[in-house]
Design a protein. Structure first.
Length: 394
């Protein structure tokens, strides 16, 4: 049996990007983990949406999760999901290129920052280059993926040296596994195989991801009384607990927009903004509202404190994510925001939305039109009520 296998050179713009990533100084090296977790979450979102119309695509694997594995001996870190996965052609298309709308803008922005030799987290998130941030900490990156509904898997490997290999492979079940062979840790640098380092990064950057992020950890577990060694008086002699390895969930998974505003701190609001926008600057202002009645929905929207680099790029994405009863429907929801508000970031959760709705039908949906009209009105009221200094900043 012939196994398809190829070696490719990265496209010119990707070579430039990898050179920047490998040779530049980063203010936050840990950003790579947030990006890989976000990609895994997106893959599960896409599968959940597809499952609304593709009956049986989930099979017996309907418990979604993102798994982190660490191996201090081999010095590796792995991020695994059971999302939609990719085919051979999709890997070629998605890994090894940068989103066309962001390529030039990213490199132009980097030229402006060239004197500082710093790639900021904002740049990583805004231009869809998160996967490549793996090379901040990895000598070699291996991606193993199998598309939902396919019986073939694909392996992609690169040392970040200008080329990558791709070949057909074997994998049990759908989803994607990304393994990083980590660079040798320098003195003073974080150990990305350390349990508490991983915990802290996930808590800070990915706590609101909607799926459990799990990792095997060592825990103390009580020894059942029947198994304990006891003296003649019935008192335990020796240890009453033992070490066990168990899965632990690292994130809270709280849908912050569904909580009462009184129960949300400014820090929580800002953390959620950073999670959905990949912008490490705090937002200028937020709009959190819940409307009940004929048109029912919850919205949490943010106005950024600084203009996105691609603000005037006609191909730039809209920043609003659409949910139905906390089930992801789509990002880049152009139907909810007019073009002049495409810089707005946030989520809208409409429980009465038809889950099987397509983009074409969504444009004609009366509920969506009502939500859009209300949100635009509320945003103008918010802007109109800003203090003069804040409005001038906007």
């Amino acid at each position: 049996m012939t196994v398809r296998a190829e070696t490719h050179e990265f496209k010119t713009e990707v070579k430039q990007l990898l050179n920047l990533i490998i040779n530049s100084l980063y203010s936050n090296r840990e950003i790579f983990l947030r990006e890989l977790i976000s990609n895994a979450s997106d893959a599960i979102d896409k599968l959940r949406f597809k499952a609304q119309t593709a009956e049986g695509i989930l099979g017996d694997d309907a418990e979604f999760k993102i798994r982190i594995k660490r191996d201090a001996i081999k010095n590796t870190l792995t991020v695994e999901d059971n999302g939609i996965g990719m085919t051979y052609d999709e890997v070629l298309e998605n890994i090894g290129t940068i989103a066309k709308s962001g390529t030039n803008a990213f490199l132009e922005a980097m030229e402006k920052l060239n004197k500082e030799a710093v790639v900021t987290p904002e740049l990583i998130g805004q231009f869809g280059v998160g996967f490549y941030s793996s090379f901040i900490v990895a000598e070699k990156v291996t991606l193993l993926t199998r598309a939902a509904g396919s019986d073939k898997a694909v392996r992609w490997e690169s040392y970040g040296d200008g080329e990558f290999t791709i070949a057909e492979a074997e994998k049990d079940g759908r989803g994607t596994v990304i393994t990083l062979e980590l660079k040798k840790k320098e003195e003073g640098e974080q150990d990305f195989t350390d349990e508490w380092a991983i915990r802290n990064i996930v808590k800070q950057h990915s706590d609101f991801v909607a799926y459990p992020i799990v990792m095997e950890v060592e825990k103390d577990e009580p020894i059942p009384e029947a198994e304990q060694i006891k003296d003649s008086g019935g008192k335990p002699v020796g240890a009453t607990t033992r070490k066990v390895i168990k899965d632990d969930t690292l994130n809270s998974m709280k849908a912050i927009w569904a909580k009462n505003k009184r129960d949300i701190s400014d820090e929580e609001y800002n953390e959620f903004y950073q999670h959905i926008s990949h912008d490490w600057n705090p937002p200028l202002e937020k709009l959190h509202l819940k409307l009940e009645g004929t048109t029912e929905y919850t919205a949490l929207l943010y106005i950024p404190s600084r203009a996105p680099f691609d603000l005037f790029n006609p191909e730039s994405k809209h920043g609003v994510h659409l949910y139905c009863k906390r089930v992801f429907i789509m990002d880049d929801c152009q139907e909810l925001m007019p073009e002049y508000f495409r810089f707005i970031k946030g989520v809208v959760d409409a429980p009465d939305l038809n889950l099987n709705v397509s983009r074409e039908i969504l444009q004609q949906d009366r509920l969506v039109r009502n939500i859009r009209r209300n949100l635009v009105k509320k945003l103008f009221e918010l802007l109109n009520g800003l203090e003069p200094e804040s409005y001038e900043k906007f």
